[in-house]
Design a protein around this ligand. Structure first.
Ligand code: UDP
Length: 323
């Protein structure tokens, strides 16, 4: 197989570093551009003899150009992620997620590099229609609710990508659905799975927001990464958006019970008002379920890891790294 020079922005992050692993294992040459804001050099510690880690920001247009020029294929994952981050610092998040992507796409256009843009199921907003198909309408709350700025910024990224695609740039977009697995940020910023794991292992109350009957489709990292790689290397992916998510719907309360049982925790499951975590006026997405027909048909991708297995692997990693 041909070795490809691949740039991964955000490659020191939770998903990015697993993507780097997969690309290295497939024999590709990899550069990572990451400002180590939420990403960690430790996520790539085992790769630093084969991967160039450039500690810099996607807001640095010149640096982005240099790295994109070097590459033959770009995966753009760098972003301010996690609803909690967005709510805590909406301005920096918006600017990173719009200007940064503009820089990456502009450079890809200049040097004619295929680019896979990592987007999110958050783009669908609070639509009541499930399963969600890539071409469905988006339903968002008011602009006074910071949460929706993440959805909006990522939708701008997608619009930008399609605008460049209209000018013949090869682009593909992947929308992630609640990915979890080893290297999740322990503080739980981006993921309820990490939050519950930390709480369950410490014997602290497991904070289920609201009535806990809101649902998500938790997607194991190996599935997330395999779909992303396929979007980069499959010619039919160009010009398309793909939902990458498991199809099993799990309520947050069920997740809390599963994690509590899996770690043998004595934690109590503690219903908590949304406001205590996110501040007043927060709005949540009630159900989020992907339709993955397109990924199956064009990428030959289906999610394969059951939640029980994925949680067991994540717990194993957690216990090993926190021993
Ligand atoms: N959540 C929760 N307790 C926590 C953290 C999150 O009940 O400690 C809920 C959150 O309100 C949402 C769901 O879990 O309904 C998923 O949250 P997450 O931040 O993982 O991702 P989202 O799907 O909202 O982007």
């Amino acid at each position: 197989m041909e070795t490809v020079r691949v740039l991964v922005t955000g490659g020191a992050g939770y998903i990015g570093s697993h993507l780097v692993d997969a690309l290295c294992e497939a024999g590709h040459e990899v550069h990572v551009l990451d400002n180590l804001s939420t990403g960690k050099a430790a996520n790539l510690a085992h790769r630093l003899d084969e991967v160039l880690l450039v500690n810099g920001s996607i807001l640095d247009a010149e640096l982005v150009e240099r790295e994109v020029e070097w590459a033959q294929l770009v995966f753009h994952l760098a972003a301010a992620v996690g609803v909690r981050h967005i709510v805590d610092d909406p301005l920096a998040s918006l600017l990173t997620n719009t200007r940064g992507t503009e820089n990456v796409l502009n450079a890809c256009f200049r040097f004619w590099r295929k680019v896979v843009v990592a987007s999110t199921s958050e783009v669908y907003g609070k639509t009541a229609k499930v399963p969600m198909q890539e071409d469905d309408d988006r339903v968002l709350g008011p602009t006074t609710v910071h949460r929706w700025s993440y959805s909006t910024a990522k939708a701008i990224d997608e619009h930008l990508a399609f605008a460049y695609a209209a000018n013949r740039l090869p682009v593909a977009i992947v929308r992630y659905f609640n990915s979890y697995g080893p290297r999740l940020d322990e503080r739980g910023y981006g993921s309820v799975v990490a939050n519950f794991l930390r709480q369950a292992l410490a014997g602290e109350p497991i904070t289920v927001h609201g009535d806990g009957r809101q649902s998500r489709c938790f997607t194991y990292i190996d599935d997330t990464v395999r779909g992303t790689v396929l979007a980069g290397f499959t010619p039919e992916a160009e010009g398309q958006i793909f939902n990458l998510g498991a199809t099993r719907e799990t309520t947050i309360l069920e997740l809390a019970e599963m994690i509590k049982a899996a770690v043998g925790s004595s934690s109590v499951i503690n219903p908590t008002a949304y406001e205590t975590y996110y501040g007043p006026g927060f709005e949540d997405t009630r159900r989020r379920v992907p339709d993955v027909t397109r990924a199956r048909e064009l990428l030959d991708w289906v999610p394969t890891v059951e939640l029980e297995d994925g949680l067991a692997r994540t717990i194993e990693w957690w216990e090993k790294t926190h021993a």
